[in-house]
Design a protein around this ligand. Structure first.
Ligand SMILES: *[C@@H]1O[C@H](CO)[C@@H](O)[C@H](O)[C@H]1NC(C)=O
Ligand SMILES: *[C@@H]1O[C@H](CO)[C@@H](O)[C@H](O)[C@H]1NC(C)=O
Ligand SMILES: *[C@@H]1O[C@H](CO)[C@@H](O)[C@H](O)[C@H]1NC(C)=O
Ligand SMILES: *[C@@H]1O[C@H](CO)[C@@H](O)[C@H](O)[C@H]1NC(C)=O
Ligand SMILES: *[C@@H]1O[C@H](CO)[C@@H](O)[C@H](O)[C@H]1NC(C)=O
Ligand SMILES: *[C@@H]1O[C@H](CO)[C@@H](O)[C@H](O)[C@H]1NC(C)=O
Ligand SMILES: *[C@@H]1O[C@H](CO)[C@@H](O)[C@H](O)[C@H]1NC(C)=O
Ligand SMILES: *[C@@H]1O[C@H](CO)[C@@H](O)[C@H](O)[C@H]1NC(C)=O
Length: 412
């Protein structure tokens, strides 16, 4: 039909061979370089991905759905320039750092010394700049330009040097982020080193997913995507601005946060009153950190011993299995989207009045592989070795493998 033909043509244009000047601009010894939109493309047999220096962000990820139609399954903008112009600062596809998620009262202690980080969320009369810090402060890593140090046809590596004292954090941190595509798999590895002082480090990847490429002609949300967290019988308890209280809670079987006992659609519990307030004050949906409990079953190989999360859309048939070495997993169901962000030209329906070319509330999910959030303020959890880094000590390392497949089966 007309729509599909249009998308297929668009996809074909984007799925050009590596040598094509239309897809890859630049050239030279460091690899193909950015195209005219500032996008650095990498590709494999089944995937075509683009990145920008801003936040080392993933801007585009295209693969064929069950009908062979290319779908761009991540939210973002058409070009690198727009990421800095966007007033909403959505953290689309970037690397939050040096400390992802929230820091209680923008404060933590290390060796008896108290550190105050730039606040940037939940302003109050007492704290006009914010009652907490989200994603490393008002100038966190995902709002800064990284430097490209290597770029080949299927891989790209970014680096950032985060100076001593930036946003209030102690010591310099140097980090490398490498993204690689192979067949239908997107892999990434994040390494960070404390070079001058002891400091907290926790990174993540902050991609907004819609496995229908925002082109589903039956619903504009992801509430019909099926989600599974097989190792996540527990979650981090939070207050009404999503700051951990220190309590670890059980996700009782059948409760709104139970995605472990069986796969369940994201929207399956939306009629349950228990879901109201689940993502903060007066918020219905998800913005929660589940624990990934694997070690109790003995040693495991994160690359092969089962996914920590699976997201699947029966409409496109696209299924995404997330493998990771991290011991927590955040899901955010785009509760804060409200139709004010325009889709990329690679996405959405181009001639359907029922579905405007914008991202609605619940139009996407962010899936963040990470460590236990705000553990720097919860010494009782015993996560110091995973979150506090010292010059000359072990590096911070995060590894993940996002594996796509086509699964035409539906489930409620
Ligand atoms: C850059 O992207 C933005 C948002 O996707 C779009 O509005 C704008 O027209 C684009 N600019 C150019 C020069 O393509
Ligand atoms: C970041 O890089 C973009 C190009 O992708 C450039 O337009 C912008 O000026 C840079 N910003 C800073 C703060 O260097
Ligand atoms: C929050 O941090 C401020 C300093 O930024 C401090 O004065 C205050 O006591 C802290 N509040 C709590 C509840 O820890
Ligand atoms: C809806 O999308 C599906 C899958 O691409 C397609 O088969 C179907 O024809 C579309 N329906 C309409 C009414 O456009
Ligand atoms: C989509 O989700 C809604 C709300 O959860 C549910 O009522 C409906 O049955 C789902 N549709 C499909 C096709 O799974
Ligand atoms: C709660 O949310 C609803 C729906 O978004 C809104 O209409 C209402 O004003 C909110 N209530 C409060 C107390 O903020
Ligand atoms: C939508 O959300 C954005 C970002 O939070 C906000 O600036 C804007 O005012 C909201 N628009 C509406 C219509 O609520
Ligand atoms: C396909 O998806 C369904 C529903 O999400 C799930 O139950 C089933 O295990 C999946 N099949 C494969 C082969 O992954």
């Amino acid at each position: 039909m007309h729509l599909n033909a249009h998308l297929a043509a668009l996809g074909a244009a984007l799925l050009l061979p590596a040598a094509s000047a239309q897809t890859y601009g630049g050239g030279g010894s460091k690899g193909p370089g950015p195209d005219k939109d500032g996008l650095y493309w990498i590709k494999s047999e089944g995937l075509q991905a683009a990145f920008i220096t801003y936040g080392a962000s993933l801007t585009h990820l295209l693969l064929n759905d069950q009908y062979g139609i290319p779908r761009d399954v991540v939210a973002g903008f058409d070009n690198a320039t727009y990421y800095e112009l966007d007033k909403q600062h959505n953290h689309f596809g970037g690397v939050p750092g040096r400390y992802a998620n929230r820091i209680k009262n923008s404060t933590f202690e290390l060796d008896g010394q108290s550190y105050h980080i730039s606040p940037n969320e939940n302003p109050t009369a007492d704290a006009p700049l914010g009652a907490d810090t989200l994603h490393g402060g008002k100038d966190g890593w995902d709002w800064r330009n990284f430097t490209v140090v290597a770029h080949t046809d299927d891989s790209i590596t970014f680096t950032i040097v985060d100076p001593d004292g930036k946003e209030g954090f102690p010591g310099e941190v140097v980090s490398y982020i490498t993204y690689t595509v192979t067949d239908l798999t997107w892999d990434f590895k994040m390494v960070a080193l404390a070079t001058t002082k002891k400091t907290p480090i926790m990174l993540s990847s902050h991609v907004y997913w819609n496995l229908d490429g925002f082109a589903n002609n039956e619903t504009s949300t992801v509430l019909n995507h099926t989600f599974h967290l097989p190792y996540s019988g527990q979650r981090v308890g939070v207050d009404n601005i999503l700051i951990p209280t220190g309590d670890i809670l059980a996700n009782k079987e059948g409760s709104v946060n139970d995605f472990w006992s069986a796969p369940k659609q994201i929207g399956a519990s939306f009629d349950d009153p228990e879901l109201k307030g689940n993502c903060g004050f007066n918020c219905t949906g998800y913005d929660n950190c589940w624990l990934v409990n694997r070690a109790q079953n003995g040693p495991y190989d994160w690359r092969s011993d089962g996914y920590v999360a699976r997201l699947h859309s029966a409409w496109s048939g696209i299924q995404l299995d997330v493998y990771s070495d991290q011991e927590a997993f955040q899901l955010y169901s785009c509760n804060g989207q409200n139709g004010s962000v325009t889709l990329k030209t690679t996405q959405g329906l181009h001639d359907n009045a029922d579905f405007p070319r914008t991202i609605p509330q619940y139009g996407c999910v962010v899936m963040e592989v990470e460590d236990w959030i705000d553990a720097i303020n919860q010494p009782a959890w015993g996560r110091q070795d995973k979150q506090i880094f010292t010059p000359g000590g072990d590096p911070y390392v995060l590894q993940a493998s996002y594996r796509f497949s086509i699964n035409g089966t539906s489930s409620k």
